[in-house]
Design a protein. Structure first.
Length: 528
């Protein structure tokens, strides 16, 4: 497809101006690594083939996993806005007011302007910064837009989800376009002309342009935040042929969305190679939370229990890979790594000083551990992960050492979602070697041995209780140890109570009718 089918004439003109400006700056050599951060939306644990799925085909992601480093215990928040806010600020959702959910389109809220965002720190050390794709951390006022929070440019959507082809969003009874090109300096243009281009391909092509037309005298931080593979399922019919053996229509259509994102990863690696900067670029590929399990979704988190929106492993333990200069090849990093850790970790990798970050962040730099060739045992700086405290729903969870505690006050802890809809099923040794060893590479899969007698730890609505799991030995959260380990329950409850005491008020508010895009030419955008 021609490049011009993705972008409008005004956008081409702006980009050409950027290129003209850059020609005079190419002589300066840069020593800092470029950073390409690819965030995938709602990718399930079982939706990458390097985790052993026999249905998914993700060769480009798998190649990065095989020749980069796999973060085997990468944790996020349970849902979109909280994870993205945590990534940008290096703070848990409870410390930025996002503990209770997402910022929907008509909600007059955003992560506080008192918080500095990730790109601002990279600009401090000489980086150009660009964002492409999904924002979803607030836009009701102009100061909350991406180009006001550290990014030089932005092409994408402000809200949680858009139609993959029409780029429109309907929520709270309101409908409008949510596709924007922002250059800062009060320049923002709704991109009606991009109608019909598949969102994943559109974002990929624009991200490629930003690399091809970069200022070669400066390193870049490029945040490619895909709309894929978030529901609703809108697959690419041109990719259906890759999944002839998948007979569930929803699953097959969803897997074409995954394939489109995987193709995007391959395309981004290709443009780095084309530009001769692949070996100078740190590449991160991660999901913002677990897959959403519903009749029309198609995701799978097998063999983990749970899904997007809850605190079980399937909701918060996600695929994640890092590769690039200094990163060991073919390694499995088994330390706990939380999405808040990316800011200090990448800042250190870029030559910045994590000690200059605010004292109250929750993230920890794991650069020295991640880049070490010695990966023996769990020995990283993080021995604790606050999964989340759902204040509104009365559910919370925390990991300390080998143990994970779930606490329920007024909510319902659902013990049912062992999503096995798309599982490989029990395997003998021959099948295990055939499926889990590919080209001599032993895949970093998670296998759960189901005990004959186990406690699912299920509570009814309004019932209070706790569940305790040894998350190292029991990653699928089968066996509730709370009745036999009361002293550990007491210790972890004390940590939860500590975090509960530091929690800031939720920023989520009721929808505002002034957000109606009909008041602004049927375009979603700031209204205050």
């Amino acid at each position: 497809m021609l490049l011009t089918s993705f972008i409008t004439k005004p956008l081409i003109q702006v980009l050409l101006l950027i290129l003209v400006f850059q020609v005079s700056n190419v002589a300066t050599q840069i020593s800092k690594p470029n950073i390409l951060f690819i965030l995938i939306d709602d990718l399930g644990f079982n939706d990458v083939s390097y985790h052993g799925s026999v249905q998914t085909k993700t060769p480009h992601i798998d190649k990065l996993a095989q020749y980069g480093t796999v973060l085997h215990r990468h944790y996020t928040q349970p849902v979109c806005s909280p994870s993205r806010g945590a990534l940008m600020t290096s703070k848990y959702a409870i410390n930025i007011g996002l503990q209770d959910g997402v910022i929907e389109g008509a909600v007059p809220a955003g992560v506080s302007l008192d918080e500095r965002f990730m790109p601002e720190y990279f600009k401090d050390i000489g980086y150009d910064t660009h964002a492409v794709g999904k924002w979803h951390v607030g836009y009701f006022q102009e100061p909350y837009l991406p180009t006001r929070r550290g990014f030089d440019t932005f092409l994408g959507m402000y809200e949680s989800g858009i139609d993959y082809y029409m780029h429109t969003r309907e929520t709270e009874g309101f409908w409008g376009l949510d596709m924007h090109w922002d250059m800062g300096c009060n320049y923002s243009e709704p991109m009606w002309d991009l109608y019909g281009d598949y969102a994943t391909d559109l974002f990929t092509q624009h991200a490629r342009i930003m690399i091809e037309m970069r200022d070669q005298s400066k390193p870049f931080f490029l945040y490619l935040s895909h709309r894929g593979v978030h529901s609703p399922t809108q697959g690419k019919t041109s990719l259906i042929h890759r999944f002839h053996g998948v007979y569930n229509d929803t699953r097959r259509d969803y897997l074409t969305q995954v394939a489109a994102v995987d193709d995007s990863v391959g395309s981004m690696v290709a443009v780095l190679e084309q530009e001769g900067i692949h070996d100078d670029t740190i590449i991160v590929v991660a999901s913002d939370n677990g897959g959403q399990i519903c009749t029309l979704c198609g995701q799978s988190n097998y063999p983990l229990r749970g899904a997007k929106r809850n605190n079980f492993e399937g909701g918060v333990r996600t695929p994640a890979i890092v590769s690039g200069p200094g990163i060991p090849s073919g390694k499995l990093y088994s330390d706990y790594f939380h999405i808040t850790d990316w800011l200090p970790t990448l800042l250190e990798g870029a030559g910045g000083n994590p000690e200059n970050l605010p004292d109250d962040i929750d993230g920890m730099s794991q650069w020295s551990e991640m880049t070490s060739e010695d990966f023996g045992g769990r020995r990283g700086p993080r021995d604790e992960v606050l999964v989340n405290i759902y204040e509104e729903y009365g559910e919370s969870a925390i990991i300390v050492g080998d143990y994970k505690l779930h606490h329920v006050t007024s909510g319902m802890l659902d013990g049912s979602p062992y999503d096995w809809s798309y599982s490989v099923g029990p395997l003998n040794e021959t099948d295990r070697d055939r499926i889990y060893v590919r080209n001599g590479w032993k895949l970093p899969v998670v296998e759960c041995n189901v005990p004959q007698n186990y406690s699912e730890c299920t509570f009814q609505d309004g019932e209070e209780g706790v569940c305790l799991f040894n998350i190292q030995e029991d990653p699928c959260e089968y066996n509730n140890l709370a009745p036999t380990h009361p002293e550990i329950v007491t210790q972890l409850m004390a940590r939860l109570e500590h975090f509960n005491s530091t929690m800031v008020p939720s920023i989520i508010k009721p929808p505002d009718v002034r957000a109606n895009p009909a008041l602004r030419g049927n375009v979603w955008g700031p209204w205050e």
